[in-house]
Design a protein around this ligand. Structure first.
Ligand code: GS8
Length: 217
């Protein structure tokens, strides 16, 4: 049977970008359907009725929701190349721990850098920088988070790189000055075509953020 693979996506979404990278790593062909979050398609509402969020991967008509669960699914179903999660259960648990940490901290502090001003924004910047420094320590001198090969944590984390320029511009700081080894890692990941072709342009993301926040005022 011919496999059918459809990705419901939204171009500036870090969560969507990580699914795009995983599908590219596995060399899978899929149909990308760009959603409008202001006017969600009937297909999105049918496939993710609870959260009504992208990304959703639809495999042979069946939906998989939540980006990290999609990554795990893709890794389990297509084992022929580019394993993403480590095979050792302890290492797998550690990878999940760090991805969870990064997601909770970067997303929430990043959002507050964009939305808040004054003291609240300063607090968010401090939290954001501390999180990146912690991740940089976890990376250590390794090429990728799991060591020599590009893996799950890299796929999950590198899409935030597309948003760094936006956070820096709103918060008036430089991620590279704070965390040079983390930025070097992100650039190393960008040398992979699977990553560079999946990430959205940082300047376009910035334009999107300006428009979004302008619309909220
Ligand atoms: C988050 C997805 C999400 O926030 C995941 O897949 O990992 N935990 C989920 N999706 C956003 C777009 S990206 O910011 C979304 O679909 N928002 C629509 C809405 O909130 O109505």
């Amino acid at each position: 049977m011919e496999e059918s693979l459809v990705l419901l996506d939204f171009w500036p979404s870090t969560f969507g970008m990580r699914v795009r990278i995983a599908l590219a790593e596995k060399g899978l062909k899929y149909e990308l359907k760009e959603e409008s979050l202001k006017d969600k398609s009937p297909l999105l509402l049918e496939m993710n009725p609870l959260h009504k969020m992208v990304p959703v991967l639809i495999h042979n008509g069946k939906p998989i929701c939540e980006s990290l669960l999609i990554l795990e699914y893709v890794d389990e179903v297509w084992t022929h190349k580019s394993p993403l999660l480590p095979s050792d259960p302890y290492q797998r648990s550690q990878t999940r721990f760090w991805v969870d940490y990064a997601d909770k901290k970067i997303y929430s502090s990043g959002k507050r850098i964009l939305m808040e001003r004054g003291e609240e924004q300063e607090k968010a910047k401090k939290e954001f920088k501390e999180c990146l420094k912690t991740l940089q320590r976890e990376l250590g001198d390794k090429l990728y988070f799991a060591g020599e090969s590009f893996g799950f944590m890299d796929v999950a984390l590198v899409p935030y790189f597309s948003w760094f320029y936006t956070y820096e511009s709103f918060g008036n700081f430089s991620v590279e000055a704070e965390c040079p080894r983390l930025v070097a890692w992100a650039k190393r990941c960008m040398h992979r075509e699977t990553v560079s072709k999946s990430l959205s342009d940082p300047h376009e993301v910035y334009g999107f953020a300006l428009q979004l926040l302008g619309g909220l005022e």
